[in-house]
Design a protein around this ligand. Structure first.
Ligand code: GDP
Ligand code: CA
Length: 322
């Protein structure tokens, strides 16, 4: 079976680890990763979501944080700070820096991001085919009301909004800058068209999955695909399990509930939707919107629990297969 998964960072990566444990040897996973979080820092190209997937599946992740390398040290960051060179708010450890140096060097030599990602994965052996959503530069920006400018509007890079400002300032709009003229990376549309199942893990619906869907051709390919599309809710009990997805959902006018996220994707895009057991009360609302819905445990506490979630998603995919 060919399984194609759209993924952001932590939520996507942890789900993929469970999915890998749930499938058989003949099954193949292709991951279409979000690159809207990418940022240039210290002259280096940093791809946080691709790296979170790569490190998590390659057993190099800092488990507690969910991002960055295990057993990390911070000499380079401290030395940069001693020169007064920031930003200080973005955590790049020494081991992580090496990844960004290799990536930037290869990009400078003319390799597209998809080829660079493949080269980095040669080392990490994530056990999935990891594709960036696009080789073109796309950066999510957030229009905020800046409290330091008496509430005047200004656009900031998503990382500044998320990491520096902790999504604590009102967001007016989320803009995937560059998406409108971007093309899907090589292999992306084929992975969608040839998939037997398409999964949306519990990734951020706006700034992870939403950004991937903003690349022209990707949403259309999913809608046109023969494969059933099943999503798992990142929202449990009216709140994100981790992080601040509620802030960006509010910015796009979507309520922070498992059902509202399903309706936001819509029945044209997803055929099946899993909500957490405690949200079983929202099944009727999701099904009224034309999406088949089940309530199952959705907390990714360990790999076995996550594998069970993945099996539920694959089972639902079989049920909704047209
Ligand atoms: P990011 O790029 O690191 O923000 O990661 P993603 O976009 O892939 O995933 C973020 C989402 O994962 C958040 O909205 C969380 O609510 C969700 N999430 C994290 N842990 C869990 C979990 O155990 N269960 C579920 N259902 N969602 C989770
Ligand atoms: Ca992300």
């Amino acid at each position: 079976m060919r399984i194609t998964v759209l993924a952001g960072g932590i939520g996507g990566a942890r789900f993929l680890r469970g999915l890998k444990a749930a499938i058989g040897e003949a099954d193949e996973i292709t991951v279409i990763g979000n690159t809207g979080d990418d940022i240039h820092l210290f002259g280096l190209k940093v791809c946080p979501d691709l790296d979170t997937v790569m490190y998590t599946l390659g057993s190099g992740i800092n488990e507690d944080q969910g991002w960055g390398r295990a057993e990390e040290t911070w000499s380079v960051k401290n030395e940069l700070a001693a020169y007064g060179v920031g930003p200080a708010w973005f955590g790049l450890g020494d081991k992580d820096f090496a990844t960004h140096i290799v990536r930037t060097q290869m990009l400078g030599a003319g390799y597209p991001l998809s080829a660079v990602t493949e080269a980095l994965c040669d080392r990490w052996q994530p056990g999935v085919r990891l594709l960036p959503m696009s080789d073109d530069r796309i950066e999510t920006h957030v229009v905020i009301e800046d409290p330091e400018l008496d509430g005047k509007r200004r656009a900031v890079h998503f990382q500044e909004y998320w990491v520096k400002l902790h999504a604590a300032v009102p967001a007016q709009a989320i803009l995937p800058v560059g998406a409108e003229t971007a093309k899907p990376a090589p292999g992306v549309l084929e992975a969608i068209a040839e998939a037997d199942v398409i999964l949306f893990p519990p990734s951020n619906p706006v700034v992870s999955i939403g950004t991937i869907l903003a690349v022209p051709g990707i949403r259309e390919a999913i809608v046109a695909a023969d494969a059933p599309v099943v999503g798992l809710s990142p929202i449990i009990g009216g709140a994100p399990v981790r992080g601040m997805a509620d802030k960006v959902l509010e910015a796009v006018g979507v309520e922070t509930t498992a059902a509202a996220v399903a309706r936001h994707y819509g029945p044209g895009l997803v055929d099946g939707w899993l909500v957490h057991t405690s949200d079983a009360g929202s099944i009727a609302e999701v099904e009224a919107a034309g999406i088949t819905c089940r309530a199952v445990p959705l907390l990714m506490t360990d790999v076995e629990t996550t594998a069970a979630m993945a099996r539920q998603a694959l089972e639902l995919a079989e049920q909704v297969r047209g």
